[in-house]
Design a protein around this ligand. Sequence first.
Ligand code: HSE
Length: 436
Amino acid sequence: MEDTIKIGLCGLGTVGSGVFELLQENADLIRNRIGRNIIVSRVATLDRYDNLGLDLSKTQVSDSVDDILRDPEINIVVELIGGKTIAKKIVLESLQKGKSAVTANKALLAEYTEEIFQAAYRSKGNLGFEASVAGGIPIVRSIKQGFSGDRIDKFMGIVNGTANYILSAMSSEGVDFDQALNDAQKKGYAEADPTFDIEGIDAAHKVIILMALSFNGLFDFSQLYVEGITGIESIDIAIAEESGYAIKLLGCAARTENGYEGKVCPALVDKKNMLAAVTGAFNAVSIWGNFVGETLSYGAGAGSHPTASAVVSDIIETARLMIAGMDNPVPPLNTGIDALTRQDILPMSETESEYYLRIASDNAETSVDDILKILGDAAINLKSMEQKSGSGDLSLQKYLILFTEKSNEEQMQSAIQKLNTLSVVAKPVKMIRVEH
Ligand code: HSE
């Protein structure tokens, strides 16, 4: 094998330029670690690159990914262009040709799970996707290697930096939603379409990948319950704070007696839980294994350098496999292909949670009995009930704040519909799940 491993980089945006920079800046260190040079011999990009401050003198730049795919000297193809059309072609064609593919593309992996992973299992190449979940946190490698002896029963994580940045800024600085989103976009955290961040879709892509790794199955993205943070109001953040909780966009999944639960939704997290202290664009994932118990991984979940760190870790892993001369690399998921099965996600109506309910009522005192009757009829037990007043413009508004015991989601949804028909309930009831 030659002294130099040549890679092809598709995309020179936020993450692509970070990868280029890292490989140049840490070139000596990487050479010491693996005994080879890794160089970016080709880049494919449609964007301007002369203003990025990168030394591209030893790199051939073109606007066609085919130049990379056709180059027999390139054995590692890095897909960082995003989207699902050309990106899919790059990953599939690389794997079909026996090249290794490294991608940060969670949408591609989550929406074409079966096609991509089947191709990866059949390929002599490696598929690296560390950067697809939780940016710089090596969570994929933790599950595949660190917890490879454990049965993973549950995970719960903050896996979208932009949403966490927005919720944190709304809570600590009192800025409004739009300003916080704008800041996150300027810092390069947000997706090309920020709807993916604020509507929970980006987090959902990551949850599907984590479920595949954790539960040894292929899950259907369309079965996952997804709710974003656009309905979170400052009043809920303030009341949650007073009650000892932070509001976070969580991705959660669990193995239960009835099947696999999976969801993305805003949730109240007890401030004693370390996830509540994860602010800004940081991510954190708690994983429960049957022997290791509860673990927590924390780090930067978005941005050029942290994500580049994850991409390069896959490049180095692949380079090490090549140096070792492995024909059949480690399976891309946490299982051999024979044990890999398609699994369903339980419908949300069959799951259980604890709930926070904010009921706006001009006349809360007299309406409590009606409210309690509806909840009682739905077998929803309360942990606490408190009356609060709004502040500022809402100072005349009275709220009844309820925290429930674990209850069935379908019963809860139907109780909320009934509560909303009560004449004393001034506005639709606000429900946010409480997760532990
Ligand atoms: N838009 C994503 C986030 C980028 O904010 O987390 C990293 O996947």
